[in-house]
Design a protein around this ligand. Structure first.
Ligand code: FES
Length: 121
């Protein structure tokens, strides 16, 4: 059989997760996700996904996602679901529920029009 070059119907990654690890100088008015602890949280998420054998999911450190005031932030594609997460427990819940089971974690989800964190419990 010859290769026709037609694209596969399956995407290379099932999910693509971008975790902002941007850093800004101290005192910057917007702050940054790294200053709010995003890097160890992203590293935890990536290590746990590997440990659990989660396949076809890419968990990338990203630059600024432009929702700095809500950080640490992550966004999961293809759904385009945004999260604020601030602990290993939050990262684990997003991994277990959304990334593995496909269930959005509403308590950590950021709304499209949300500009402040005080609405998150
Ligand atoms: S610094 Fe993380 S969204 Fe801007």
């Amino acid at each position: 059989m010859s290769d026709t070059g037609s694209p596969s119907s399956e995407p290379y990654f099932r999910l693509h997760v971008f975790c902002c690890t941007n850093v800004r100088p101290a005192g910057h008015p917007r702050g940054s996700c790294k200053a709010r602890g995003s890097e160890p949280l992203r590293n935890y998420l990536k290590a746990r996904a590997k440990e659990l054998g989660v396949d076809r999911v890419r968990i990338n450190a990203s630059g600024c996602l432009d929702r700095c005031e809500l950080g640490p932030t992550m966004v999961v594609y293809p759904e385009g679901v945004w999260y604020h997460y601030s602990s290993m427990e939050d990262a684990e819940e997003i991994l277990q529920e959304h990334i593995i089971r496909g269930r959005i974690v509403e308590r950590l989800r950021l709304r499209v029009d949300q500009t402040e964190l005080d609405e998150i419990g």
